[in-house]
Design a protein around this ligand. Structure first.
Ligand code: NAD
Length: 235
């Protein structure tokens, strides 16, 4: 696939798996990272990708990244953070950090990517939501709110941008084995596996393969959808 793909928060986890897979498929990959320069450089050396440091919450950093990297054909809004705790204890700073990272970050990146996509009447935008944005998770109200917001943004933009040939979809993974879940105890992981019909939690590669499908010819007639690789955990 001879396309340019920009993946936010891609120095590790799902973003890094997507960077590897898209690079293997012949894409020009741009890895966005915020803090993990060494990890991003290592991944760039392995994949031949370019790297750009930008905090997606900061409009000027995002604009500078998009100006430097030229036209992006496929944008994957993957950057995210997690926060556990009672809603009563959620601070204003934590609330805003969650919404700014997930929603404002996607808003900044999509707006920066659009002029090129609209000009070429073609483009793919893939927003990484979560099963918790569909079902809601106890003690993860801010995360669930932000991920549900991404689903709303996806559906609205699919309608608005469809006439410009731009497909906008959400991928809403179930529990995936990445650093984001490193805090889970062995017992919690075992019970999550037990509750999953396919009997396993997912890998970053499981999500990456779906992203590649949606970004390629498989996604030609798909827009405004929420597709959830979750092993049957949420049906
Ligand atoms: P991860 O923590 O390994 O990756 C998230 C990346 O986003 C990190 O590299 C982080 O530095 C980056 N990031 C955070 N804030 C940023 C910012 N302001 N600007 C730029 N980058 C920023 O976790 P992951 O599991 O690979 O998560 C990737 C995405 O998948 C996230 O959006 C996450 O919410 C979502 N997700 C993960 C799971 C799971 O079980 N792991 C399930 C559903 C959805």
């Amino acid at each position: 696939m001879n396309k340019t793909v920009l993946i936010t928060g891609a120095s590790r986890g799902i973003g890094a798996a997507a960077a590897r897979l898209f690079a293997k498929e012949g894409c020009h990959v741009i890895i966005n990272y915020r803090k993990s320069k060494a990890e991003a450089e290592k991944l760039a050396a392995e994949t031949g990708a370019e790297i750009f440091c930008a905090d997606v919450r900061d409009r000027s950093q995002v604009d500078a990244m998009f100006s430097a990297c030229g036209g992006v054909d496929i944008l994957i809004n993957n950057a995210g953070i997690s926060r556990f705790g009672l809603f009563s204890d959620l601070t204003s700073a934590e609330w805003h950090e969650m919404l700014d990272t997930t929603l404002t970050g996607a808003y900044h990146c999509i707006q920066a990517a659009l002029p090129h996509m609209i000009h070429q009447k073609d483009g793919r935008i893939l927003n990484i939501s979560s099963i918790w944005g569909i079902t809601g998770a106890s003690c993860e109200a801010a995360y669930s709110t932000a991920k549900a917001g991404l689903i709303g943004m996806t559906r609205a933009l699919a309608k608005e941008l469809g006439p410009s040939g731009i497909r906008v979809n959400c991928v809403a993974p179930g529990v995936i084995d990445t650093d984001m879940n490193a805090h889970l105890t062995k017992e919690t992981l075992a019970s999550l596996q037990e509750e999953t019909p396919l009997g396993t939690i997912g890998t970053p590669e499981d999500v990456a393969r779906l992203l590649l499908f949606l970004a390629g010819r498989g996604g030609d007639f798909i827009t405004g959808q929420v597709i959830s690789p979750n092993g049957g955990f949420v049906i």
